[in-house]
Ligand binder design. Structure first.
Ligand code: AMP
Length: 423
């Protein structure tokens, strides 16, 4: 490794309620120096997995021992990094980039964190009760460790703040909506920004020239309609519950399902919340939320797995059709995240029968696996179907580094973005 002359490293932190995921990246060449996670923070069986990548990815270290809180977790991470000569006291560290789930309407781009910014993130806790508190804890912990270092918040919601009011508003009483900030925010923004831009690159075009439907299909799942590099609609709403069928979330349901269950099934609001967020979607329909397992069961003729797959695909198709209509002209559909990148049968089924819309998948291209962005549509297809692996940490690093070195949140296309891994 050559010694850099200026600070070029960024530590990317993704703090959850009981976990911290991290990556140390170098902005000069987009390389990753170390990756890892701490999970089950606050339990007896906390686990830290740290992989230094400077020596070719060897030397993964794992330890299970109680880690009491986020401060202890970050200290343990700092110790692991220091053991590899990558300590957080290094003058080569330029900034820490934090994934923050909810930036509301206020944060439309990555933002250098000040006390005032933290207060605003705190004010958004009522609309992101699970995520923003954990993000705030992660930020405060990192600040305590390196108070002199710029810390940047990259918001999951930021990329979607370009949605027109017609897409962002729910058709409910305006005053109630405004007072309680009830509107559609969208999530997975970093991924949608990154993937839509990479898709344009794959087509050899500038993002401003192309219209893309991005399908981020992981355990959480969301679709977005991106016109000329700007999001014009997305499937998640006030919370990540709306939209597509997900691993454990229902996605769209008639809101009256909630009233019905509260009034007639004797369930509390918290129980319905848990039902729709944790016991619905694929796991609710068939008992499995892993698409690999569902496909295996489908291949064995399992009817519940087949139904779960069919409901999943039906919803996906509805969103493809809806966003086709929203955009008017579609240049590409991009599949990303765990299911989108790996599950060829999902890609095939999602566009099956849509030839009239210019959509088709080439079976042999679709069967090829790989880490690089690639086309899976036949040459004759009017709309490109692409598989574009997402990389939210790389995007957060770019956004963070651009902000602290150039004073702008710009990237190649000037897109402001957020991030959502784990949503
Ligand atoms: P993510 O949230 O992006 O990490 O995606 C996680 C999900 O990706 C898992 O729950 C699986 O359902 C899915 N997945 C990962 N690998 C495969 C694969 N080879 N085939 C089908 N689905 C996969």
């Amino acid at each position: 490794m050559t010694t850099p002359t200026t600070a070029s490293r960024v530590l990317v932190l993704n703090s959850g309620s009981s976990s911290v995921k991290y990556q140390l990246l170098d902005a000069r060449d987009d390389s990753r120096l170390a990756v890892g996670l701490v999970e089950r923070i606050g339990e007896e069986t906390s686990r830290l997995v740290h992989t230094p990548l400077t020596g070719g990815g060897e030397g993964k270290r794992e330890r299970t021992a109680p880690i009491a809180d986020h401060a202890a977790a970050l200290k343990a991470v700092a110790d692991e990094l220091a053991a590899d000569g990558l300590g957080l006291d290094s003058p080569e560290l330029a900034a820490i980039g934090h994934r923050v789930v909810h930036g509301g309407m206020r944060f439309t781009a990555p933002t250098v964190i000040t006390e005032e910014v933290l207060e605003e993130i705190e004010r958004l806790v009522p609309v992101a009760p699970l995520h923003n508190p954990a993000n705030i804890t992660g930020i405060r912990t990192a600040q305590a460790l390196r108070p002199d270092l710029p810390q940047v918040a990259v918001f999951d919601t930021a990329f979607h703040t370009t949605m027109p009011e017609s897409a962002a508003r729910y058709a409910i009483d305006t005053e109630t909506a405004d007072v309680h900030r009830v509107r559609r925010y969208g999530f997975h923004g970093t991924s949608h920004a990154y993937v839509s831009r990479r898709t344009a690159e794959l087509l050899g075009k500038d993002p401003s020239e192309v219209n893309v439907i991005v399908l981020h299909l992981g355990n959480g799942a969301s679709a977005s309609a991106v016109r000329g590099g700007r999001c014009v609609d997305t499937s998640m709403g006030l919370t990540p519950l709306e939209g597509l069928v997900m691993g454990t979330r229902s996605g769209d349901v008639d809101p009256a399902v909630v009233f019905h269950l509260v009034r007639n099934a004797g369930m509390s609001v918290d129980e319905v919340d848990a039902l729709l967020n944790k016991k619905s979607g694929l796991i609710g329909l068939c008992g499995d939320n892993d698409m690999r397992e569902i496909r295996r069961r489908v291949d064995e003729g399992d009817e519940r797995a087949q139904l779960a797959f069919d409901v999943y695909i039906h919803r996906l198709k509805k969103y493809i059709g809806a966003y086709y209509a929203v955009l008017g002209r579609v240049d590409a559909i991009a599949f990303t995240a765990g299911v989108g990148e790996n599950a060829a049968p999902v890609r095939e089924a999602a566009v099956a029968g849509l030839e009239e819309l210019g959509l088709a998948v080439d079976a042999s291209l679709n069967a090829v696996r790989g880490d690089e962005p690639r086309l899976v549509s036949p040459e004759y297809a009017r709309v490109a179907v692409a598989v574009v692996p997402t990389d939210e940490e790389l995007e957060i690093m770019h956004q963070t580094y651009a902000l602290v070195t150039e004073g702008s949140a710009g990237n190649a296309s000037g897109i402001a973005s957020g991030n959502a891994s784990g949503i």
